[in-house]
Design a protein around this ligand. Structure first.
Ligand code: SAM
Length: 249
């Protein structure tokens, strides 16, 4: 028999309030208990929308393994569900894109007989497609940068490539600072990409604008300069395809 508690996992996109779908807002408002992991402005907004709002940010701690933090977040979110309450977990971006605890919380809630749903949100890649004017119609390869390097992923250089988490390559622990957590990892990534695309190939270090009037940060650099570029934990790398005539598209 199904428990009376439920879980809905929603995304708040990258802009406070305006990137949240009406469907997600409905669940944020009606939740008996709301948890969130979002930027500070969105956090203030969520707190006005639902007075039960509680940040999950304190599950992170400097030097703590991020997997440990994720396990803790899952337990926190499931607690009210097990008490037969309706819980909502609101995460920036799309809640299921490059996020472990959201999928795990849904899986675990369902395995315990509770209703659990994930709703789509606006991801960094969605913003990137819009801001850089890219249509993935000819394919789009998308990998976590650590996974890309560790598993030596095969790539097609005639199709766009998006690499996530280029500011945290190979780093399992949490750090407070926003700048690149792994200069060595970025260096290795640059070398691997240079071998495939050549050192002069221009790539884009992309950061979606976080506020309604905030513009995205778009840095174009040749691959040879990537390891010295200003990269943060919010950077996503766009590698354009090499045109079939050998030039860049
Ligand atoms: C844990 S993942 C979360 C992704 C998020 N769930 C989404 O749907 O976009 C963090 C990664 O998302 C990307 N990211 C986060 N903030 C970003 C921003 N403002 N602009 C572009 N990419 C961003 C970066 O690749 C970063 O390393």
């Amino acid at each position: 028999m199904r428990g009376a508690g439920s879980l809905v996992v929603v995304g708040t996109g990258y802009q406070p309030a305006t990137h949240t779908t009406p469907e997600a807002l409905f669940h944020i408002q009606r939740a008996d208990k709301l948890f969130y992991l979002v930027d500070p402005v969105t956090a203030l907004w969520l707190e006005t929308v639902n007075s039960s709002a509680e940040s999950l940010e304190d599950s992170y701690a400097a030097g703590k393994d991020r997997r440990e933090s994720y396990d803790e977040m899952v337990l926190r979110v499931l607690k009210p569900v097990r008490r037969n309450l309706n819980a909502c977990m609101a995460l920036y971006g799309h809640p299921g894109v490059f996020v472990d605890p959201s999928h795990e919380a849904v899986r675990r809630a369902r395995s315990e007989g509770f209703e659990a749903t994930m709703l789509p949100g606006i991801s960094a890649e969605d913003c990137l497609f819009a801001d850089l004017g890219i249509d993935p119609a000819s394919g789009c390869q998308s990998f976590g940068a650590t996974d890309f390097l560790l598993r030596k992923r095969a790539i097609d250089t005639s199709s766009p490539l998006v690499l996530w988490q280029i500011g945290a390559i190979g780093v399992p622990t949490y750090k407070r600072k926003q700048e690149n957590w792994s200069p060595l990892g970025l260096n290795i990534l640059s070398e691997v990409l240079e071998q495939r695309y050549g050192p002069a190939h221009e790539v884009v270090i992309y950061e979606a604008g976080r506020f309604s009037l905030g513009r995205p940060v778009i840095q174009s650099v040749p691959l040879v300069c990537l390891s010295k570029a200003a990269v943060t934990t919010a950077s996503t790398l766009y590698v354009p395809p090499i045109a079939s005539n050998g030039g860049r598209r």
